[in-house]
Design a protein around this ligand. Structure first.
Ligand SMILES: Cc1cc2nc3c(=O)[nH]c(=O)nc-3n(C[C@H](O)[C@H](O)[C@H](O)COP(=O)(O)O)c2cc1C
Ligand SMILES: Nc1ncnc2c1ncn2[C@@H]1O[C@H](COP(=O)(O)OP(=O)(O)O)[C@@H](O)[C@H]1O
Length: 237
């Protein structure tokens, strides 16, 4: 916040009492009496006061009365990856849940990140040739849709290019949904117990169940190559 030049943030808890404040009372009690606002900057869709009765036109009229400026700024709108919709936290969560992490990154201004401690899994990855750090996420973490992603595995100040798998491992009849990251070309790592962060750069494909284990391994090698290229072409977060 400070880096953005913000000196203070005021959070108004949305209590039942606050929700009953009329739009006119919000202006007088909050903006004028408490904040002594000189200027109020809003998006065009801003609503306030009981039953969202206040809009930017009303706010501008009140500004004339109480002597504050009202500036209406255009909403940021996502590009193709975000479906051309206005930026919002709801849209960000939806995009992440749908695997649209490129669109989510556009809104966030950085890749979406999932963090946690590395825990033990089925200990199978090493035999497949792709050991994967299984990240124990906190409840309510926004986990991207099941699939394979390119990204980074961060730990101890290092950002390692990674192939990330999210899902239940249908190939092995798994039931638990996991977030696992293979640090590309890295051997001999011991990440158990460490706090790691996984940054999601790009969606590669959905989870699948193959007819044979060999078919999965061929696909995984292909995925890793694709992830290597995607990460190499991206800016390091
Ligand atoms: C690049 C990559 C692609 C993967 N694709 C699939 C997949 O399509 N289907 C699947 O069931 N598991 C997939 N996995 C997950 C593996 O099944 C899992 O990493 C492996 O079973 C090791 O699990 P463990 O860490 O619990 O030992 C993929 C993993 C990686 C790294
Ligand atoms: N390149 C790598 N990427 C991720 N983890 C690695 C790598 N090399 C070694 N490891 C270690 O191997 C573990 C993953 O091996 P794996 O066989 O998949 O076991 P598990 O099922 O317990 O995750 C990681 O937790 C980490 O400690």
């Amino acid at each position: 916040m400070a880096e953005l030049g913000v000196d203070a943030v005021l959070i108004l808890p949305f209590t039942p009492e606050f929700s009953k404040l009329s739009a006119a009372d919000f202006v007088v009690k909050v903006l004028v009496d408490k904040l002594h606002a000189k200027a109020v900057v809003e998006g065009p869709n801003f609503r306030f006061g009981h039953k969202a009765a206040g809009n930017v036109r009303f706010l501008a009229e009140q500004g004339d009365v109480y002597d504050f400026d009202v500036e209406v700024v255009d909403l940021f709108v996502t590009g193709e990856a975000g479906g051309g919709e206005p930026f919002s936290s709801t849209l960000t969560r939806r995009l992440v849940a749908e695997g649209g992490i490129e669109g989510a990154a556009e809104i966030l201004g950085r890749p979406h990140r999932v963090e946690g401690i590395v825990v033990r899994g089925a200990q199978r990855g090493r035999d497949l040739g792709f050991p994967t750090a299984n990240v124990e996420t906190l409840p309510h973490t926004a986990i991207p849709a099941d699939g394979v992603y390119a990204g980074w595995l961060h730990t101890q100040g290092e950002a390692m290019p990674a192939a990330i798998s999210v899902g239940t491992n249908p190939q092995f009849d798994g039931t638990e949904r996991t977030v696992e990251a293979y640090a590309i070309d890295r051997v001999g790592l011991d990440l158990y117990g460490l706090h790691v962060a996984v940054d999601f750069l790009a969606f590669v494909r959905g989870q699948a169940r193959f007819d044979t284990l060999d078919a999965l391994l061929v696909q995984m090698a292909d995925d890793v190559q694709r992830c290597r290229e995607l990460v190499a072409a991206a800016e390091k977060p």
